[in-house]
Structures are given as C-alpha cells and as structure tokens.
Design a protein around this ligand. Structure first.
Ligand code: 13P
Length: 253
C-alpha cells in the first residue's frame, strides 16, 4: 500500500509565486512515485487557486475548516467551499491550532463530522505534550485515547463504517513538532498499533491510516516509513524545502 506523504506548509510561503514554485518542484517526483501518495496542505490564499487545476500526482488539502457549510460566520471557510474547489483533504485539530486559537475537542469534533459529511478526507491530529510523555508511553496513550474519544464523539456507527477510508489519524507528539527531536520509530509503531486497535474496536470499528508527524526529515523518514504500522508522514518544516521534501517522498520506497 502507498504511504501517504502529507506536507503541512503551515503559514508559508508569503507569496503565490513561491507557492507555485514549490508545487512545481515536487510534482514530478510525486507523479513518478510508485510508493507515495503526496498531499500538499496549503494556506487558504494559495490553496484553491492551485487545487482547482489538475496537478498529476498531487492532491491538495486545507489546514482547517469550519463546521457549517454556509451562513454568517465571518472569516470562516466551509467544507463545501473546499470540496467545490477540488480540495481532497483537510487537517483538523493540529496542536498549533489547539494552542494558539483555543481550539477545543468539541470544536474539533464538529469540524471532523462536517468535513466527512461533505466528502472531504480528514487528517485528525492528536498527540501529547512533553509533561505527559515524561511520564512514559502509557501516559501518552491514555492522553491520545482521551483526545480520540472526544474528537470522534457521537458518530453514528453505520455512517462511520462508510467513512473509514476517509479518516486518517496523524500522531504528532507536541514535543516533537519543530524541535528536531522526532519520536523513536519503535515508540511511534507502538502508538500507531494502539490507535489502530482502539479505533478497530466498538463503537468505532474503523481501520484508519495512521501517520507520524514531528520533525520528520529526509534523514529519519526512511526509518519511520519502513514499518507497516506507520502509513505515512505529516511533514512541517521540511515540506517547504523542496529538495528535502522530494527526498522524503523518495524515502517512501
Ligand atoms: P515539523 O515537521 O516542522 O516538526 O512540523 C510537524 C507538523 O506540525 C506537521 O503538521
């Protein structure tokens, strides 16, 4: 199965021409890769201009979405707007939004449901902070379980079944994001197995792909992606350096 290599550009770059250059730089490698499916999650101002045109080998994603499809919600972008612009994926619940925008699990739950209902594929981010991880992997699992239970609350299970392939979980330990200290692959594998078994059980009965995010570079990508339990990577800093990102795509095999 192909690995999902997702670029989270965050609030970069600062011009459309630079965004276009980045897209063009990675497209050829993405189109010729047999083992990677490449998704670029761009900031809104560049996203729809780029996503509404076909780019062979590339899929596009947003970094957030609102939970209503239209109405008086100043500054928000709806799932329908994204879907109608050729956007396939949306990242929801990133720790930077939880931290800087006061995003709660209740808000994330509403976003996830609305996005899936509209036919967007959701990359739901979960992960513990350093204070929890210091207590060990079991404490981290407990934290992640609690996030998942809240973020995926109240899904009618019959609907969930149909959405199984539309939900992707990104395990992003907060302490690993932007720090240069990625999680140990063996610990990530254990967390991925835990997430998969939690969501395989009732009431979810889901079989989601699980990605790892947090200081993924071309140096560590191969050692993470070699494991079947890790279905791909969510890449921040290294995704806006085209040469590095290309090497990460190649690391998928
Ligand atoms: P870095 O790859 O810069 O650590 O960021 C990870 C991330 O937050 C991806 O969503």
């Amino acid at each position: 199965m192909k690995k999902l290599i997702v670029a989270n550009w965050k609030m970069n770059p600062d011009s459309f021409s630079r965004a276009e250059l980045l897209v063009r730089a990675v497209q050829k490698t993405a189109a010729s890769s047999k083992n990677a499916k490449v998704v670029l999650c761009l900031p809104y101002p560049w996203l729809t201009d780029i996503s509404h045109k076909k780019h062979k080998g590339l899929s596009f994603g947003a970094q957030n979405v609102f939970w209503e499809n239209s109405g008086a919600y100043t500054g928000e972008v709806s799932p329908a707007m994204l879907k109608n612009s050729g956007v396939e994926y949306v990242i929801i619940g990133h720790s930077e939004r939880r931290k800087w925008l006061g995003e709660t699990d209740e808000m994330i739950n509403k976003r996830v449901k609305a996005a899936l209902k509209t036919g967007l594929k959701v990359i739901l981010c979960v992960g513990e902070g350093i204070e929890i991880r210091k207590k060990g992997l079991s404490a981290a699992k407990k934290f992640v379980k609690n996030q998942l239970q809240k973020d995926l609350k109240n899904f009618p299970s019959s609907k969930l079944q149909a959405l199984s392939s539309y939900l992707v979980i990104a395990y992003e330990p907060v302490w690993a994001i932007g720090t240069g200290k990625a999680d140990k692959p063996e610990d990530t594998v254990e967390m991925a197995k835990f997430i998969k078994s939690l969501l395989a059980a009732k009431p979810y009965t889901l079989n989601p792909n699980v990605l790892y995010g947090g200081s993924v570079t071309f140096r560590n990508a191969g050692s993470l992606l070699q494991y079947k339990e890790i279905n791909g990577a969510l890449v921040g800093g290294a995704s806006i350096k085209s040469k590095e990102f290309i090497k990460i795509i190649r690391a998928a095999g």
